[in-house]
Design a protein around this ligand. Sequence first.
Ligand code: HAM
Length: 422
Amino acid sequence: MAKPKYTTHLGMVDILPDESPKWRALEQIIHEEAAKFNFEEIRTPIMEQTELIVRGIGQLTDIVSKEIFAFKKGDSHYVLRPELTAPVVRAFVEHHMQQRGGSQKLYYIGPMFRAEKPQKGRQRQFHQFGVEIIGSDDPVADVECISFMMQIYKRIGIKNFELKLNSVGDPESREAYKEALRDFLKPNLDKMSELSQKRFEKNPMRILDSKEEEDQEFIKKAPVIQDYLNDESKEHFERVTNYLSELGIDYTLDPYLVRGMDYYTRTAFELTSPDLGSQDALAGGGRYDLLVEEIGGQDTPAVGFAAGMERLMIACEELDINLAEEKSVDVYFVTLGDEARNWALSHLPKVREAGLSATMDYMSRSMKAQMKDANRENALYTIIVGGNELQEGKFTLRNMKESEEASLEFEAIVEKLTQKLL
Ligand code: HAM
């Protein structure tokens, strides 16, 4: 086939009709489970002010320094949202959502944009679903967030994963830890990767996330943050782990888990799957108690997570999980001649009004070709309409699976189909 003149941008993917039912099924599951948790949906614009994203996520993070799609139009600096935590917090502050009372338990589904090098499970436009609980300091909020995340995978049937858990402490604990980390790494810094040397002064904790070979032996022996948590952070973390154990949610403590955004405080977590290959993170999240204030709101604690939907789809494929039923249409009108076509067109709405799906041939094909098309469309029934049928006022209803036929008046056909299919 000839190469098309226009294609999608690198790392941006069309979701074609064969795939979209899976996406709708997944979205449906997320909406249903969110309703059970009493989470409310929030939808924010695809574009945000660059300044919000830089401030919210952190100037030195990979996302901001390398991966944002940003452009200027007039005097405004736009960025395609790389994630939704900062935008949701922006909306919370902008609309004074604290006035709604209680903590805001928000969820979302939508596309995000990061200019990363595409590979399996890593795209430039990808989709996340996630939750942000804003206004609660209580470990219950952390655990509800994690429970919701786990519930989605559980309902779908993805069980093979690991929940990694850490506390990255509050600012006080973190300062003490960063100092200890610098003291430990300094004597060997010249043996470490260039990137780690760069991170050493401003953000030594990010060194723990390094994938560079030469850094690993030092990371392995580095001090762990747990030994530097102050009493408050320690107690919060203990309560989170206790609640998880009570709920029977397994987790692995990973003292070197640091996340890719600067806003995290205290609880941090990631869900990884061995079915995903190198991009193995299904989801990730944590607390961000300082972010609301950082972007202009009042001091308000918060916690959330986001999950990659393409990665969830890949896991489903690996595990042979079908999210959507095979597509089908209830009724296909097969017609012979113009009069029959007109009749079918005017009777389609009556079938649809009865709550059934119905279609007909749009291409003036032969009856044989229409029957073939009805099979391709996986039609459960065909209604066969020709000159004789129109004269008699009785039409052939064919059950395509059973290959059974009956000759009935149109009203009787609709009644029979409604009883059988609804
Ligand atoms: P994140 O870890 O950057 O966190 O992204 C969450 C998930 O999105 C990842 O675990 C992964 O499954 C998916 N993901 C990320 N980048 C890509 C990509 N390029 N292609 C495909 N999937 C990808 C956040 O975004 C935070 N906002 C999570 C959060 C919410 N923290 C607190 N609240």
